[in-house]
Design a protein around this ligand. Structure first.
Ligand code: ADP
Ligand code: CDP
Length: 225
């Protein structure tokens, strides 16, 4: 039987499991996958690379339309390029991570990236899992299913410092909380749970349990519950 497309929005702070969960759910259900954080990281990478003053929102706004950002949405091998250059590695550096909140707070940047995200979601033939900070509230308010992932700062810091090969857990925790505060307090589409999102606290769940929980929620939706 032909299945209708399904749009899933997964939001939450850093280290709650958005990327790993979204990728696995999309792969399991045959959906596309979009990492919107990678897009904000990519535009930040371009700003840094082009010597734009990150402290100057007017300077950022003036060039927000310049970089050509392309996302590959296959969950088994997502890609991200800027003006044809593969930036999957460079967008994860500390330099970009520490600047991304400032760049993504600029309204012109958000307008540009939001438009890209809506086009990608509309073009996904089987549906898509889109993960970020403002997907359920702003980018795709009509998503079929909205999930808001949370976890304790301790769990998130332990996960992230594990990834960064033994980085100091305390310093990682401070950096995460600082970025959460910036992302939650900005004026334009801050990090927030949509009123109709299902909140899942992943602190004491394994990744596999979170994936199963979200897959079940999608299947219930598809079954018309
Ligand atoms: N429920 C979980 N339990 C333990 N580790 C997890 C869990 N979910 C994700 N992780 C791990 O935590 C790290 C951050 O996950 P990620 O999916 O990148 O989070 P986010 O996209 O929200 O920043 C990854 O190394 C991932 O494997
Ligand atoms: N929808 C989104 C996604 C990310 N972002 C910004 O991009 C940054 C990086 O997002 P990310 O998802 O890659 O962050 P991590 O979970 O990898 O730490 C966030 O801290 C936000 O500043 C945003 O503003 N809106």
């Amino acid at each position: 039987m032909e299945r209708a497309t399904v749009i899933v929005a997964i939001d939450g702070p850093s280290g709650t499991g958005k990327s790993s969960t979204s990728k696995a759910v999309a792969a399991q259900l045959g959906l596309s996958y979009l990492d919107t954080g990678a897009q904000y990281r990519a535009i930040t990478w371009w700003m840094v690379n082009n010597g734009i003053d990150i402290e100057d929102p007017t300077a950022i706004a003036a060039v927000a339309g310049k970089p050509d950002i392309v996302s590959g949405t296959d969950p088994s091998g997502p890609t991200i390029t800027v003006d044809g250059t593969d930036v999957a590695g460079p967008i994860r550096t500390q330099e970009v991570t520490s600047r991304v909140s400032a760049v993504s707070a600029v309204p012109e940047v958000r307008a540009r990236i939001t438009e890209l995200q809506r086009t990608i979601a509309a073009d996904a033939a089987n549906g898509i899992v889109v993960e970020g900070r403002d997907i359920g509230t702003t980018v795709l308010p009509d998503a079929d299913l909205k999930i808001f992932l949370t976890a304790s700062p301790e769990a998130r810091a332990a996960r992230r410092s594990g990834e960064l090969k033994g980085a100091d857990v305390q310093a990682t925790r401070e950096a995460l909380l600082k970025r959460d505060a910036a992302d939650s307090s900005r004026k334009t589409s801050p990090l927030a749970k949509a009123d109709d999102a299902v909140e899942v606290d992943t602190s004491d769940l394994t990744l596999q349990q979170v994936i199963e929980c979200v897959v079940t929620l999608v299947e219930d939706k598809r079954a018309g519950e």
